[in-house]
Design a protein around this ligand. Structure first.
Ligand code: IMP
Ligand code: MG
Length: 177
């Protein structure tokens, strides 16, 4: 099936304003502390790069990344989370913030939070740009959330369909050609 960009869901301006707010909130919550920001590749990279630049300098941020695969190239969840790339560093006794592009069924994040907790960090919080609440299958505490969105497949600002459209600066729905 071939898809094309359909309607704009969130503009560059809306994204920038919300990302700035979340960055400031994180700045207040972790002021004077060390924070390991863990980006979930590849979807979270665009959001993460804007987000960390919105966090004031008095948070001592380091970055690490993890790559997981749960979807293959389709829009349907498999329910299986495979670690493709693990963290480079230890998170033991550290404050950790997991940054994800979107929470859909919740399977990916609930698995990752559980896995992070086993490594005995001081704390683990979750930041997700988008939240498709209606689709949730397992509960996940999302501590910092950008936008709740309807149950539609979206691309852009890091999110892809079959690897495509991550580079779009705004978020769009897609439709069949
Ligand atoms: P979950 O495990 O079902 O919560 O799925 C989370 C992952 O599914 C995200 O990291 C995305 O890679 C992918 N995903 C879910 N919905 C969308 C979407 O609308 N667009 C692009 N990717 C999505
Ligand atoms: Mg993803």
């Amino acid at each position: 099936m071939e898809y094309q960009i359909s309607a704009i869901l969130l503009s560059q301006e809306e994204l920038a304003a919300r990302v700035r707010e979340i960055g400031e909130t994180i700045g207040r919550d972790y002021a004077g502390k060390e924070l390991v920001v863990v980006g979930i590749l590849k979807g979270a990279v665009i959001f993460l790069s804007d987000l960390v630049r919105a966090v004031p300098a008095d948070v001592n941020i380091t970055l690490d990344f993890m790559a997981v695969s749960s979807y293959g190239d389709s829009t349907k969840t498999s329910g299986i989370v495979r670690i493709v790339k693990d963290l480079d560093g230890s998170i033991k006794d550290k404050d950790v913030l997991l940054v994800e592009d979107i929470v859909d069924t919740g399977l990916t994040l609930s698995y990752l939070v559980k896995m992070m907790r086993e490594r005995q960090p001081k704390s683990v919080r979750v930041c997700a740009l988008l939240d498709k609440e209606e689709r949730r299958k397992v509960h996940v505490d999302v501590d910092y959330r950008g936008f709740p969105i309807p149950d539609e497949f979206v691309v852009g600002y890091g999110l892809d369909y079959g690897g495509r459209w991550r580079h779009l600066p705004a978020i769009y729905t897609i439709e069949q050609k």
